[in-house]
Design a protein around this ligand. Structure first.
Ligand code: ADP
Ligand code: MG
Length: 700
């Protein structure tokens, strides 16, 4: 069943309605009344005859007719009883405002379970518990204790924090910012963020979805749904409180670098969700998305009555990587016709300090007609002659006449521009308190448009030896071994098309020397023990050995030193490995996030990965473009391309490695963590080598 009854109920019962001012049961009832709700309201309270002039009922049954929506405010212990009553009178939707459930511990969790069990059995959808309620301005529904009914707008808001929603509401009301719907999801025992974004996604009154989340219940489904919605409606989310569960248990480089937050970032990117770092930014962005058309390109034109703010804006445009619109000759000569000679006709168009509203109107009109302009930014500083309110009215008027291009305003000041700002807001012109914030907003819009027009995701499938990997993985799981040893890790990688160095295990120095003879010098000696994860840390890697003597010495030294450092490690011998041609060392990795699945990592490799942390992430499966982008997103990329006359490496080969790895971890959900470090890469045309690898598996 949909959520229609929550948003547009014909009748509402308030169980726990109160006569006592300051109590939630009183606030909700009076909020409902003050909002001018058109349906029927039934207060339920066995101790009262009437509240606020409305007839009061002792329980739901005695109302004698069904209610579309029941708001529950009674103490937590009584909520199950009320839910049973809801079932009896066949109510299908309940908002449980009451707190004291999952959020307070074990007892509360049990109670919540009980409530949800009743709801599921009787097909009742529940918002909450522990929430602020639901607000739908267009239906004059204020089923909340959050504050006054806000204006009607095009932003649909969901919040996991009721308190934050109350603050947002207060700010919005003070700034004439409107909403289509506001939902406080509380403990999200039944209706969760996925249900709400689905509902807002298909809601014709909602042009932009905004919200605050602390956690996501079903990461996979959320990402899929959000990606679908983002294709036609922007989603702006604030997210706090990263999960560290994944990071804690990690034994790989990727695992230790990929905290919960990283997975969220990657998931948001995949889904096209615009992440907002503050309430301020969320307001800034949502105003533009809700009220203005999307820009067709990155070119911004600025109209200003002062030089300083114009330059600040120009700086911000450059910093954000946007373009300054190059006005056509036609535009410039048109501007020249009517602007004073001292005006600057080029972008930023400076119409001078004595500009009245009509000059602004003229300039904006001309600039909007220019085909090179995608977005117009109106700057105003309140100078002696400035008509800020009349200018705001002119901007609103032109925006209505020319609705094809976004117009953003930045009227700087406070008291002198207060009236103007109100006119702008009510006229659906987003207003910013600094040029930087306006420009950042344009950038976010341009990026969103780019995301929307991205090419269709096509994931390439490589021919691989899946059976081979299956055999190795299954055997480990059967034997309860989580870490796959170096040899078999390499077999797995080879089955997916990776090349690994030749080498064998030796138990004695003589054996090591013999293997080296067969491999050919130089060789590398590495300590061989299932208990040593990072060999270099204990002096367990010696590269560039060129003779029997050097091998003997290195062997003896390792066998002398390492047991001293790690007396409990089971040392089986050494691995004698061919020495790879020197190249650049990068890391390819994966850590499976508990919420969002396989999170791929690329970065600067070698033994300093954790120190330098120059890594980037993306959710698997990867397309060729996404793999390439992971490279581009690191600083290492510039080095890989070749700096200061140094030859670059084969970028495409690395991107292919990431895609092959992405295929491996997609086809084997049992693989929990994986690192190839280093992945030794050379110049174009050379084959990268997976020098060192670690794979761990888990039953799924
Ligand atoms: P660990 O990561 O456990 O310390 P590695 O096998 O990754 O051990 O080796 C550490 C470093 O030694 C690598 O980053 C690389 O610089 C170098 N190295 C290891 N094996 C080779 C090899 N076969 N050829 C060239 N360099 C190597
Ligand atoms: Mg290594």
């Amino acid at each position: 069943m949909g959520l229609e009854n929550f948003f547009n109920p014909q009748s509402v019962a308030i169980v726990g309605a109160s006569r006592q001012k300051g109590k939630v049961g009183y606030e909700i009832l009076t909020n409902m009344l003050a909002a001018g709700y058109k349906g029927k309201i039934f207060p339920v309270n066995p101790k009262a005859q009437t509240i606020e002039g409305l007839k009061c009922y002792p329980d739901l049954e005695s109302i004698g007719e069904p209610c579309d929506l029941v708001i529950v405010i009674v103490p937590a212990k009584i909520v199950p009883t009320v839910m049973r009553q809801c079932a009896k009178v066949r109510t299908k939707s309940a908002i449980i405002i009451t707190a004291g459930f999952k959020e307070v511990g074990k007892e509360g969790r049990e109670l919540e379970k009980q409530v949800i069990q009743i709801a599921r059995q009787s097909g009742i959808r529940v918002i909450g518990p522990n929430c602020l309620g639901v607000i739908v301005p267009a239906n004059r529904l204020n089923a909340s204790f959050g504050g006054d009914l806000p204006a009607i707008g095009a932003t649909g808001y969901l919040s996991q924090s009721g308190a934050l929603l109350a603050a947002i509401l207060d700010m919005a009301n003070a700034n004439s910012i409107g909403f289509s719907k506001l939902v406080s999801i509380g403990n999200k025992a039944d209706v969760n963020e996925l249900d709400i974004i689905k509902a807002l996604g298909s809601d014709p009154d909602t042009r932009v979805i905004a919200g605050y989340l602390e956690s996501i219940s079903d990461g996979d489904a959320f990402v899929r749904e959000a990606e679908k919605i983002s294709n036609y409606k922007p989603i702006l989310l604030m997210k706090s409180g990263g999960t560290t569960a994944g990071a804690k248990a990690a034994s790989s480089h990727t695992g230790s670098l990929a905290g919960g937050e990283t997975a969220y970032e990657a998931a948001f990117e995949r889904a096209g969700i615009i992440r907002c770092d503050s309430i301020k930014y969320q307001f800034d962005f949502s105003q533009a998305f809700a009220n203005q058309p999307l820009p067709k390109g990155p070119c911004v034109a600025v109209i200003t009555n002062a030089g300083g703010p114009g330059i600040m804006t120009a700086d911000a445009i450059e910093r954000q990587g946007l373009d300054f619109a190059k006005l056509t000759d036609k535009t410039i000569s048109k501007l020249a016709e009517a602007l004073p000679p001292a005006a600057n006709l080029y972008n930023p168009v400076d119409i001078l300090g004595d500009a009245l509203a009509d000059r602004y109107e003229f300039a904006l009109n001309v600039v909007l007609d220019d085909p090179n302009v995608n977005t117009a930014l109106m700057l105003l500083t309140p100078q002696a002659m400035t008509e800020s309110a009349a200018t705001a009215e002119a901007v609103v008027k032109i925006a209505r006449q020319k609705p094809e291009k976004p117009i953003l305003a930045c009227f700087l000041g406070a008291a002198k521009v207060a009236d103007a700002i109100k006119i702008l807001r009510e006229g659906k012109i987003p207003q910013y308190d600094s040029p930087e914030n306006a420009v950042t907003t344009v950038k976010v819009m341009v990026d969103y448009v780019r995301w929307r027009s991205r090419p269709k995701r096509v994931v390439k499938l490589f021919p691989v030896n899946r059976r081979k990997v299956e055999t190795i993985v299954d055997r480990h799981l059967r034997q309860g071994i989580r870490e796959i040893g170096e040899t078999e890790s390499k077999e797995i990688l080879e089955a997916y098309g990776f090349v690994t160095p030749r080498g064998s295990i030796a138990a004695t120095a003589e054996q090591a020397a013999n293997i080296a003879q067969q491999l050919g010098y130089p060789v590398v000696l590495k300590i061989w023990s299932p208990d040593i994860l990072h060999k270099s840390d204990v002096g367990g890697v010696k590269v560039g050995l060129n003779s029997t003597q050097e091998i003997m010495d290195a062997f003896d030294l390792m066998m002398y030193r390492i047991p001293k450092k790690l007396p409990n490690a089971n040392i089986l011998g050494v691995l004698v490995q061919e020495m790879c041609k020197s190249g650049k060392e990068v890391i390819l990795g994966m850590n499976r996030d508990p919420h969002f699945g396989p999170l791929m990592m690329f970065g600067m490799g070698g033994i300093m990965v954790e120190v330098l942390k120059d890594v980037s992430f993306h959710l698997a499966p990867l397309t060729a473009a996404e793999a390439k982008q992971m490279l581009v997103n690191t600083k290492t990329y510039k080095i890989l391309k070749g700096v200061r006359g140094e030859e670059g490496v084969d970028i495409e080969a690395i991107a292919e490695g990431l895609q092959r790895l992405s295929q491996l971890v997609t086809e084997f959900p049992q693989i929990k963590e994986l690192d190839i470090n280093p992945y030794m890469v050379g110049p174009e045309g050379s084959t990268p080598i997976a020098v060192d690898a670690r794979i761990s598996v888990e039953q799924v």
